[in-house]
Design a protein around this ligand. Structure first.
Ligand SMILES: C[S@@+](CC[C@H](N)C(=O)[O-])C[C@H]1O[C@@H](n2cnc3c(N)ncnc32)[C@H](O)[C@@H]1O
Length: 267
């Protein structure tokens, strides 16, 4: 990108410190990132050579999850930690399956928010809220949320590769429970979460690399991830390695995904 690329970021955004949204965007081959993000992403690739495949496997779970939810009759989505617009956004996947679908995106990264707003301008069925998902009232009570989503009908709650940025001290299970309690019966919760269970040494180095970004990482084991589904009934195949969640016929992602994925239903 050009030397004065900072000028293209939203005003008052510090792009000299890497952020999760922009590192992830770079790993996926996107253009919504800056020098600090690319340098950190390259550091991550050094210690975890499959980092790009991990990001791609996560993104393909997102696609399968959205299609599954539309298949269950879900037409409204609350996507927390949605990231920068990239190939195969939730509203595109959902609206391809059912044009009536509506999507409210939420992220705290100013660059991701600005790019999403640009992409979604004029789209009445998808919109963006800049907010911190760890403060559920700032999302649930925001006027746009109440206008955009109908809380008397089932909602698909997505937390895809985002709770890994939430430390235990902020009580991730309690945060999920607050969103869950706001949803009507018949709603679904889709989650993916990075783990160090398979590659502890490499993943410890990834944590170290991300320590000085705006979004340090908190990996969780299988036993720490499962309780995040409290109050939801896990649908088959349960909580599994990311690529093993209902893979598309004839396609298996290249890496283990270094994470777990699952979908639960609120009864
Ligand atoms: C790895 S990306 C995942 C993007 C997308 N969900 C996906 O799976 O393709 C994680 C995103 O979560 C966002 N994020 C992290 N902590 C957040 C918070 N407390 N509130 C809102 N967004 C957050 C980051 O800015 C980033 O865009």
């Amino acid at each position: 990108m050009a030397a004065n690329e900072a000028a293209r970021g939203p005003r008052d955004v510090d792009v000299s410190t890497a952020s999760a949204a922009r590192v992830y965007d770079y790993l996926l081959g996107g253009a919504h990132n800056f020098a600090a993000d690319r340098a950190l992403a390259e550091q991550v690739i050094q210690v975890l050579p499959t980092a790009r495949q991990v990001a791609i496997a996560n993104r393909s779970f997102l696609r399968r999850a959205v299609r599954y939810l539309v298949g269950q009759g879900i037409t409204q989505f609350l996507d927390l930690g949605s990231g920068s617009p990239t190939y195969g956004n939730v509203h595109e996947i959902a609206q391809e399956a059912d044009p009536a679908c509506r999507v409210l995106y939420v992220d705290h990264d100013e660059v991701a928010v600005a790019h999403s707003e640009l992409l979604l301008a004029g789209n009445p069925a998808a919109t963006m809220l800049g907010a911190d998902l760890t403060k559920p009232s700032t999302v649930l009570d925001a006027p746009i949320t109440r206008e955009f989503l109908d809380f008397s009908r089932p909602i698909g709650l997505l937390m895809i590769a985002v709770l890994v940025y939430v430390p235990d001290s902020l009580d991730p299970a309690g945060i999920v429970a607050t969103y869950r309690d706001a949803l009507p019966a018949g709603s679904y919760f889709a989650l993916s979460h990075l783990t160090a269970d398979h590659e502890p040494v490499a993943m410890a180095a990834v944590v170290e690399a991300m320590k000085n970004s705006r979004d340090p990482l908190y990996f969780r084991s299988y036993d720490e991830t499962l309780p995040l589904f409290a109050g939801f009934d896990l649908v088959a195949p349960g909580l599994v390695d990311v690529p093993d969640w209902r893979p598309d016929p004839g396609h298996q992602d290249a890496s283990s995904g270094e994470g777990y994925a699952g979908i639960g239903r609120k009864s």
